[in-house]
Ligand binder design. Sequence first.
Ligand SMILES: Cc1cc2nc3c(=O)[nH]c(=O)nc-3n(C[C@H](O)[C@H](O)[C@H](O)COP(=O)(O)O)c2cc1C
Length: 233
Amino acid sequence: MDCFSLPVHEALIIGIIFYKLWESLMELYEAIKTRKTIRDFSDKPVAREVIERIISAAFLAPSNNHMREWHFVLLDDRVKRDKILLDTISPISAKGALGIINRWQLKDISQRAMYLDAIPKQISMLRDCACLILPCFRQYSPLLKPKTLSDLNNLASIWLAIENILLAAAAEGVFGVTRIPGETERARLKEYCQIPDGYEIPCLLALGYPAENAKRAAQVEINLPERIHQNTW
Ligand SMILES: Cc1cc2nc3c(=O)[nH]c(=O)nc-3n(C[C@H](O)[C@H](O)[C@H](O)COP(=O)(O)O)c2cc1C
């Protein structure tokens, strides 16, 4: 029996199911397309239930050992978090940023524009965001001395969880940025948040509603056929 010979109401139900599946697939692609890094935040708070919903998406990500050994610390105390940020991150002006990207010899125009915008905002984006999160993951071997690729599995897994957070956030109209902390900053944050031994932080995750004129960096153009290889590169 094909769907043309089904009674009308059954065919209708199957049609609705397919439409709903197609609709949620479109919503997923929409969230993927909408997600962009935002470093300029409005002062609108993000409701606690939205934050919890977004973080619940993290726990749907794949994990290397099946255990999803992740915790998320919300840094709500603005006074204390500002102190750590100001103590550990050196501010860099627009002129300083230009010096850095010239030293790095970056050539791509959109990459240069992204760094020119991003470098001077490393402190403000973390201070201004409505919700600053410290993702934490279980790490069984010294994080900075991996001997095999598998030693990095826990780090890889939490980044999948972070991507889920960014996509779920985008679906909620919330955007953000990840910052890789410097080593002093990482140590201070771990100490301040009393992260237990055996846990590490991959980044700081700043989330919030975008400011009215928030900058979104143009993506580097990718030619898809050039990036997909058949059997050999
Ligand atoms: C692993 C990783 C580390 C990043 N580190 C930083 C960072 O330290 N500071 C920052 O402002 N943005 C950081 N970013 C954001 C990137 O700059 C951003 O994702 C990139 O420019 C692409 O822009 P898009 O996210 O809008 O597509 C990081 C992103 C990733 C995936």
